[in-house]
Design a protein around this ligand. Structure first.
Ligand SMILES: *[C@@H]1O[C@H](CO)[C@@H](O)[C@H](O)[C@H]1NC(C)=O
Ligand SMILES: *[C@@H]1O[C@H](CO)[C@@H](O)[C@H](O)[C@H]1NC(C)=O
Ligand SMILES: *[C@@H]1O[C@H](CO)[C@@H](O)[C@H](O)[C@H]1NC(C)=O
Ligand SMILES: *[C@@H]1O[C@H](CO)[C@@H](O)[C@H](O)[C@H]1NC(C)=O
Length: 180
């Protein structure tokens, strides 16, 4: 009986050790199953540039603070694989952002990346905070359809350039951790 208990306690110890080390390595070596880097170009409508604007303010900012608090913009922005505005778009980003901080520029994005190319067909849904003072910001990939069925992951934003309120370009580093 004691040998039986000894055997099983050693067996149990080995088992828990293995489970613990397996968990440690999988956390450390977590690599995306798919990675796509795209540039988002947002050209704000200023009343006269309708021919090339891709984003428009639908609710103006309030007087709370000096950072456009409450301003809501809807966009249908082209996404390119390099940082040239006039490169052929490989997908579009459609959704909205609004400014939501009184003391600095901070916005919240909710949008869909729509692919309709020979390479990919489907959508990736993204939401999260864009704390513009930070060099990089992580937003969540909350789901997808088509080639991105049920995906989840992280999108890292890096501001590539901005021209006042007229134009900004953000590098979107999409890292997916669930691929089917
Ligand atoms: C709007 O943008 C266009 C194109 O950049 C520019 O030519 C025009 O002067 C701008 N209009 C205003 C009112 O800022
Ligand atoms: C819009 O037009 C202006 C003025 O011609 C140009 O500077 C800007 O790059 C254009 N933007 C887009 C998105 O084509
Ligand atoms: C939006 O708010 C800004 C700043 O308060 C102001 O200069 C601008 O005229 C407003 N635009 C509209 C369309 O009300
Ligand atoms: C996707 O692209 C095809 C081929 O260019 C086109 O016929 C179709 O309308 C597009 N679908 C959407 C949703 O844009």
């Amino acid at each position: 009986m004691t040998r039986f208990i000894q055997f099983y306690s050693i067996f149990f110890l080995l088992l828990t050790h293995q489970v613990a080390s397996a968990r440690k390595t999988s956390m450390k070596e977590r690599k995306p199953c798919k990675r796509i880097v795209l540039y988002l170009h947002d050209t704000m409508f200023n009343g006269t540039n309708g021919f090339n604007a891709t984003s428009a303010t639908v609710a103006n900012g309030t007087k709370l603070g000096n950072f456009k608090f409450g301003l809501l913009a809807v966009f249908d922005d082209p996404l390119t694989t390099d940082n040239h505005l006039l490169s052929p778009p490989v997908a579009r980003a459609q959704g909205f952002y609004f400014y939501d901080m009184k003391t600095t520029y901070n916005s919240w994005f909710g949008y869909t990346v729509i692919f309709n190319s020979t390479k990919y067909k489907g959508t990736i849904n993204i939401m999260g905070a864009d704390m513009m003072d930070e060099k990089t910001r992580d937003l969540s990939v909350v789901g997808g359809t088509g080639d991105f069925f049920m995906t989840r992951g992280i999108v890292t934003f890096r501001t590539d350039t901005f021209q006042g309120f007229d134009y900004f370009r953000v590098q979107m580093d999409i890292k997916l951790f669930e691929c089917y």
